[in-house]
Ligand binder design. Structure first.
Ligand code: LRH
Ligand code: MN
Length: 438
């Protein structure tokens, strides 16, 4: 089964992307697809332009979410997990071969330190993968680390701890440069668990001064993504606790600093689509860590709990990006950040990419002129009718058509199961392998 041309890819195929198994799968699903396609496009204007946008739209897969996730209560491994960075790249390469919408991987350091950056870069290129943002980690103490981050990193009252964390972030930038990445994501678990534990002003100023040193180390073309989070692992305050605090840092740091929106990092019922609209208006939106949640930072499959919210977020994105003449595919960071406690990690990621592509497609179907007129008329009912007409449109065949035109599978999840790929990975890697990450 193994195809020596494309290191261990259970789908076989050649580096040139031609893939007999995908072709066979598409042939057997083509007639039904074409029938649906012809039916759906009859009602849709500019369908070709929409499909081109979908073909161009690429989502970065987190290197830390290719194994089974867990909680403090337990972790139930599914087997066949990638044992090293090379196998993680193969797994993302597999996802990309199946949907041609997963063309980048986002690494987390030190969970995924490349031993040989050039070799890793070549392996990724073989799988048609780029390196998206690199992520630093000052929320765990590594073996042999001199000073602990128990009471924070960039906020820490001890200048030596801050220095240690700054040095780590600058090392992460170096790894990113070697891989061709162009952005650093800084998520800080810094904060406090009890009233009185922290001087909020000093914590902010220590963090800002530390970020300024990291900012100064950024290459000219790089960006710094400042990710905020309302709670966990600190449960009284977080030093980058919401979009306002992240924006304050980003504005004080400079134009390379932007605010990253992780959908699971908000207090209950936050209006995330409004936050997105305003960050975009300010030119300070970095991009996203897509996932879904019902309670906290649940890191569930994108669109599995609140697909309408995801649609409303993409509505603001398309409106705001077009208002600024931005390139949908290139001008924001599209990344997934999820953790798989009960699903096969690769199936979960395939579902998440599909949910993002569907939300984006539906937002492209919104009749913008009609909506603007209805808003100007304060015709509230008509505004909802226009939005929901797009939301209620079944766009699955449009997303599938974009895959077909990109050489991917009409039904990625179906083909993944049809080819028993998880079983192949278990046969190759074993039942008990554990991937680095969350
Ligand atoms: C924090 C977070 C952050 C990552 C981590 C893996 O909750 O969302 O983006 O560094 O998850
Ligand atoms: Mn995140």
């Amino acid at each position: 089964m193994q195809n020596k041309q494309l290191g261990g890819n259970p789908l076989g195929g050649t580096p040139l992307g031609g893939n007999p198994q995908i072709d066979t799968h598409n042939e057997s699903n083509y007639a039904k697809h074409q029938r649906n396609f012809d039916f759906v496009i009859a009602e849709i204007a500019d369908v070709q332009a929409i499909i081109q946008k979908l073909v161009a739209f690429q989502i970065a897969i987190p290197s830390w979410a290719l194994g089974t996730g867990g909680t403090r209560f337990g972790r139930f491994s599914g087997g066949g997990e990638p044992r090293n960075l090379e196998e993680k790249i193969e797994d993302v390469g597999l996802l990309h071969a199946l949907n041609q919408s997963s063309g980048a991987i986002s690494l987390h350091i030190p969970w995924d330190i490349p031993k040989n950056s050039q070799a890793i870069r070549e392996l990724a290129a073989q799988h048609h993968l780029k390196f998206d943002a690199v992520n630093s980690n000052t929320f765990q103490d590594q073996a042999g680390q001199a000073l602990s981050y128990k009471f924070g990193s960039l906020q820490h009252t001890n200048k030596e701890v801050r220095k240690q964390a700054i040095t780590h972030n600058i090392e992460v930038i170096k790894h990113g440069i070697a891989l061709g990445s162009e952005s650093l994501t800084v998520w800080l678990s810094d904060g406090s668990c009890f009233p009185g534990q922290l001087n909020f002003r000093k914590a902010f100023q220590n963090t800002l001064e530390s970020l300024q040193e990291i900012y100064a180390a950024l290459p000219e073309t790089w960006k710094m993504f400042i990710e905020y989070k309302a709670f966990e692992p600190n449960f009284y305050s977080m030093t980058v606790g919401d979009w306002g605090q992240s924006l304050l840092y980003a504005k004080k740091l400079g134009e390379k600093a932007l605010t990253l929106v992780d959908l699971g990092h908000h207090l209950p019922n936050a209006n995330i689509e409004q936050i997105v609209a305003l960050l975009l208006m300010e030119g300070k939106l970095a991009g996203f860590h897509f996932n879904d949640s019902k309670y906290g930072d649940d890191d569930l499959t994108v669109g599995s709990i609140n697909p309408y919210q995801l649609f409303l977020i993409f509505n603001e994105l398309v409106e705001g990006m077009d208002a600024r003449g931005m390139n949908h595919a290139k001008d924001l960071g599209w990344m997934i950040d999820a953790s798989h406690n009960v699903k096969d990690p690769l199936e979960d990621l395939l579902q998440s990419v599909e949910a993002i592509m569907q939300a984006y497609t539906k937002s492209l179907l919104i009749d913008r002129n009609a909506l603007e007129n209805a808003q100007n008329e304060n015709d509230v009912v008509q505004c909802q009718e226009i939005l929901q007409a797009a939301y209620q449109t079944d766009v699955r065949v449009l997303v599938a058509e974009a895959r077909l035109r990109s050489g991917a599978a009409l039904d990625p999840l179906g083909l993944y199961r049809e080819r028993k790929i998880r079983q192949q990975l278990i046969a190759k890697r074993g039942q008990k392998t554990v991937a680095t990450g969350l």
